[in-house]
Ligand binder design. Structure first.
Ligand code: NAD
Length: 250
């Protein structure tokens, strides 16, 4: 018996670095995984890996900023894989520039993906979880929400909002058997980090500065985050809710 045997799980941004590692990990724990991503090719690759490994997964194209696409993807997941037991709100996006140089179009896009997208997903799955009296929500924020991060002001604000939202939903839904917890990555070796570095004068220097500031001396890997997400998504964390865990090398 594995920790997530037969449970239906949705991972947003499941085609990306942390999301793909999480999908693979949850599938190895016995979950039926819905890999949601606006990049359907990336989601298909993850599904192919999981199926080749003997797991069960389906890819769905979904832009989480669009509520109609979210509702359609959740309905398709439930039709094909069963009621959603675990939601991992992982899709995200970042730009790296001083706050005073950011423009409203960038704020709006950051807020739409990092905050409104999570709201859409939560709104779509929480009523069913409440009815079934069971749910595990894991929201992926960022250490930038906890300590701030120069060059990531609006992103930090979105992730800080996600942390506050999670703590409130943990209280609001506790008596319905739903837990809500947050994982905060530090700099993690994915396409998002490479994209952030492109905003700097010297991308390699910025990545090295991130790495050398990490007490454990290396960038995070997707599997580091997947380990923590799998814990919060499982019944090993049944008595843990409203918590925020940094997975950032110290
Ligand atoms: P990534 O770029 O590798 O993957 C992100 C995935 O999300 C991509 O597959 C992308 O297609 C998808 N996505 C983006 N916008 C979407 C949308 N509107 N709808 C659906 N899918 C969308 O990034 P990652 O590093 O794996 O990031 C995962 C999460 O971790 C994000 O929430 C990010 O903010 C957070 N995070 C990452 C780091 C880091 O250093 N990599 C640090 C802190 C927090």
């Amino acid at each position: 018996m594995q920790r997530l045997d037969g449970k239906t799980v949705i991972v947003t941004g499941g085609g990306g670095g942390i999301g793909a590692a999480t999908c693979r990990r949850l599938a190895r724990e016995g979950a039926k995984v819905a890999v949601l991503d606006m990049n359907l090719d990336a989601a298909h690759k993850v599904v192919a890996d999981i199926c080749a490994d003997g797991g069960q997964a389906v890819a769905f194209a979904c832009d989480i900023t669009d509520r109609a696409q979210v509702d359609a993807a959740v309905a398709a997941t439930e039709a094909q894989l069963g009621p959603v037991a675990v939601l991992v709100n992982n899709a995200g996006w970042d730009v790296f520039k001083p706050f005073v140089k950011t423009v409203p179009e960038e704020w709006n896009k950051l807020i739409a993906i990092n905050l409104t997208g999570a709201l859409h997903m939560l709104h779509a799955v929480l009523p069913g979880m409440a009815e079934r009296k069971y749910g595990r929500i894991v929201n992926v924020a960022s250490d930038a929400a906890r300590g701030g991060s120069s060059g990531e002001a609006v992103y930090s604000a979105c992730k800080g909002g996600l942390v506050a939202l999670s703590k409130t939903l943990a209280r609001e839904h506790a008596r319905q058997g739903i837990t809500v917890n947050v994982v905060c990555p530090g700099p993690t070796d994915t396409a998002l980090l490479a994209g952030v570095a492109e905003g700097a004068r010297d991308p390699a220097k910025l990545i090295e500065a991130f790495r050398s500031a990490i007490p454990l001396g290396r960038l995070g890997q997707g599997d580091d985050l997947a380990n923590a997400i799998a814990f919060f998504g499982s019944d090993d964390a049944a008595f843990v809710t409203g918590q925020v865990l940094s997975v950032s090398g110290g």
